[in-house]
Design a protein around this ligand. Structure first.
Ligand SMILES: [Zn+2]
Length: 169
């Protein structure tokens, strides 16, 4: 039964409207670290079929391929059906993404817009569920993508890289 559910998640995405950015909360690592964490059986991991993100961008700006970009990802509850998940390595509660990461996101954004022949929306992940009893704890451990990422100019850079010139900043 569980296997059936896992297989059902690995479906082709019918629509692609947006790119949702995440941070890893860790100061180091790459797609293989996250893949292990996502695929290990619970409680150590999520027990998924593959890493939930479609792309991971390392601290030095290398864009790594995660889950096949055509498939539905597992990165933003309730919003996976029409989005591509991109995770930047880092804890953006504490510091900003590196210059190389911003460059890499910009290039990836441009490529994906070209791939889907349209201007994709660019969003920062905002978890929908809050722990009402321990709001601060929840924020420390789960909030994505961190206030420092909002302040850097990813949105502005991507708007410039939009081949169709329609993305809103
Ligand atoms: Zn996230």
């Amino acid at each position: 039964m569980k296997q059936k559910w896992r297989n059902e998640r690995m479906k082709n995405r019918r629509k692609t409207e947006r790119i949702i950015l995440h941070h890893s909360l860790s100061g180091f690592g790459d797609v293989e670290n996250i893949r292990r964490w996502h695929t290990m059986p619970p409680p150590a991991g999520h027990g998924w079929s593959d890493v939930g993100y479609h792309f991971v961008i390392t601290r030095d700006g290398i864009t790594q391929t995660g889950r096949d970009v055509r498939l539905v990802g597992a990165h933003a509850f309730g919003r996976n059906r029409d989005s591509i998940g991109v995770c930047l390595i880092g804890n953006f509660h504490k510091y900003e993404p590196t210059y190389e990461q911003v460059e890499a996101v910009t290039r990836l954004y441009h490529q994906l817009c070209r791939m889907y022949s349209k201007s994709l929306k660019l969003e920062f992940h905002r978890p929908h569920i809050f722990n009402l009893f321990e709001p601060n704890d929840y924020q420390i451990f789960n909030a994505c993508t961190g206030s420092k990422m909002d302040r850097c100019d990813i949105r502005e850079q991507c708007a410039k890289a939009d081949p169709y010139g329609e993305v809103q900043t």
